[in-house]
Design a binder for this molecule. Structure first.
Ligand code: PLP
Length: 356
């Protein structure tokens, strides 16, 4: 699994006008900055920041759990969750392309001593049958299988949406076999907006679930993880141990509350733009495009006689920033990407293909 290395800022390069690198590239809007400036703050670490507390209540309610905790990043949500659920030597099951395997610096092994079994499957998802087949009876020889983790949406799978029925089936197999269920919901709300299924319903059956605010929701920092009160107590301990407890974090949480109020429904616009991009690209002879279900568009230009690296470099010259991910180019739509930019981007790709 090869991921992109974020390109260093090159002062001589053309300014970036169309930033499709990631939905983390959003900048806080003027209204979000105002909400940040206005918010009340306190000491988060001792539970005294009113804005953080409000955010945690909102997220617990949104995900239908007893409690939630604000974290500096989505990665820390995943790491604190597995550290809370597992003991050294335990086994976690996840799709081979999962963020916890490929993008967290080996944290789950380095800090917890856990092994993650990569499960195969199309589009970033494993089937309930694959999951069932990977389970083994408890014995002194094999690692205790403790957690099954899914990504909603599946990032490298193409921003694909786990169907509610598949989530329910995986969760019920997990329960029947004594495993805990964990949902990496970095883009859960994209799945909810695309399907009309509530976050609470999507996360039902999942013992821990979290959402990221610094992706499509457009906040500068943070994620929040939810679960039972006992679980959240454990996560708090790990947050403290990992150095993730903060002070006047209401400055950050204010942006997240603002995002919940103003930036959820509009994710539909990102999905519309992603579909428009995929449609435009697929009309260019030789460009191979995966049909997007949410805000991520993966495509391969080789069939049009242009290598992925060449395409990225040529687009960069025209002020478009994106990168390769797992052998394909990934374009992310988000708050700062307009329909006009998508049209321009398609025009550039056509021009680059024609120029070869
Ligand atoms: C971005 C992402 C994370 C990590 O979130 P950060 O806030 O960047 O630490 C975890 N899982 C998935 C699927 C992601 O896309």
């Amino acid at each position: 699994m090869t991921f992109y290395t974020p390109p260093p800022r090159d002062p001589k390069a053309a300014p970036v006008r169309i930033n499709l690198l990631s939905d983390t590239q959003t900048r806080p809007t003027p209204a979000m900055r105002e909400a940040i400036a206005r918010t009340e703050v306190g000491d988060e670490q001792i539970g005294d920041d009113p804005t953080v507390n409000l955010l945690c209540e909102r997220v617990a309610d949104l995900l239908g759990k007893e409690a939630a905790v604000f974290m500096p990043s989505g990665t820390m949500c995943n790491v604190a969750a597995t550290l809370s659920w597992c003991r050294p030597g335990d086994e976690i099951l996840a799709h081979v392309s999962a963020h916890i395997i490929a993008r967290e610096g080996g944290a789950h092994a380095a800090l917890g001593g856990f092994q993650i079994t990569p499960l195969p499957g199309d589009d970033g998802q494993f089937s309930p049958e694959t999951f069932r087949a990977a389970l083994h009876p408890r014995s002194r020889y094999q690692p205790p299988q403790t957690v099954v983790s899914v990504e909603q949406t599946a990032n490298i799978g193409g921003g694909t949406i786990w169907k509610k029925a598949a989530l329910d089936e995986v969760a019920s197999i997990a329960k029947a076999n004594g495993l805990v269920t964990h949902m990496d919901g970095a883009r859960l709300l994209n799945a909810c907006v695309a399907t009309g299924i509530s976050a609470r319903d999507m996360a039902a059956g999942w013992d821990s679930a979290w959402i990221d605010f610094s992706k499509g929701l457009g906040a500068p920092v943070g994620g929040a993880i939810a679960g039972s009160r006992d679980f959240i107590d454990n996560v708090w301990r790990w947050k403290q141990r990992l150095g993730g407890s903060m002070r006047q974090a209401g400055i950050c949480a204010a942006a997240c509350v603002y995002a919940l109020d103003h930036h959820v429904d509009r994710l539909a616009d990102d999905h519309t733009n992603a579909r428009a991009l995929a449609r435009g690209l697929s009309q260019i002879h030789g460009i191979e495009v995966q049909q997007p279900e949410t805000n991520l568009v993966f495509f391969k230009p080789e069939g049009a006689g242009v290598s992925g690296d060449k395409m990225i470099a040529e687009l960069r010259k025209r002020g478009v920033l994106l990168a390769m991910m797992d052998g394909r180019i990934r374009a992310c739509t988000h708050l700062d990407v307009t329909a006009a930019m998508i049209e321009e981007m398609v025009g550039f790709v056509r021009e680059i293909v024609r120029g070869t």
